[in-house]
Design a protein around this ligand. Structure first.
Ligand SMILES: C[S@@+](CC[C@H](N)C(=O)[O-])C[C@H]1O[C@@H](n2cnc3c(N)ncnc32)[C@H](O)[C@@H]1O
Length: 187
């Protein structure tokens, strides 16, 4: 989030067809829940385009980029590396230490898709489990980011959006961002 060291999310691998929605959702979840950037493998350009399009419409700042070597991104990261894995340490046991470590260093959060090579476990400063049960990279990422930011990400302000959602008890309302918010209280 702005004014803090960067939090980037790396999608370690992408299987076209099989992973399309999950890879896109990793990026959308990273954006919505306070990360600054997502890095995709270079065969995930469709997901890159979708996340860039959502950022253009609903705001940022948020960067999305491709790499031809996700493994090198992990190896050369100048900061703290957290790898999300069901085999790792319990998030509730390490979250305070991770929050302290990233207070003055960029943080890379790594999520897998297919089998994760063992050197990622070795390169990571923290292998972190959101429960030690198998589930999804999107769910793991969401819970981890919320723990990392302590809920502050839910109040994030969005810049350069061309539309915004007006929260409503029932129904849907999306308004251009240049429309004054004067009638919100009356809804
Ligand atoms: C569907 S899993 C497949 C993992 C793969 N079979 C392996 O052996 O590494 C895909 C990704 O979801 C994430 N994931 C799944 N369960 C998790 C958990 N309990 N805690 C944290 N991350 C999890 C991990 O990042 C994992 O690489």
């Amino acid at each position: 989030m702005q004014g803090e060291p960067e939090v980037a999310v790396l999608r370690l691998a992408h299987r076209p067809g099989r992973d399309d929605r999950m890879t896109t959702h990793v990026g959308l979840t990273a954006r919505a829940l306070g990360a600054d950037r997502v890095v995709y493998p270079d065969n995930a350009d469709q997901s890159r385009q979708t996340v860039a399009d959502i950022t253009g419409r609903f705001g940022g700042p948020f960067e999305v980029e491709l790499t031809d070597s996700p493994a090198a991104t992990v190896r050369h990261w100048d900061g703290v590396v957290v790898h999300l894995t069901m085999y790792g340490e319990r998030v509730q046991d390490v979250e305070t230490e991770i929050r302290e470590a990233r207070a003055d260093a960029p943080l890379l959060v790594v999520v897998g898709s297919e089998k994760v090579p063992f050197d990622v476990y070795e390169h990571a400063d923290y292998n972190v489990a959101v429960t030690n049960q198998p589930h999804s990279e999107v769910a793991g990422l969401a819970v981890f980011l919320d723990r990392l930011f302590g809920g502050r990400e839910l109040d994030r302000e969005w810049e350069d959006a061309d539309r915004r959602v007006v929260p409503k008890e029932t129904g849907k309302r999306v308004v251009p961002t240049d429309e004054p918010a004067t009638d919100e209280r009356a809804e």
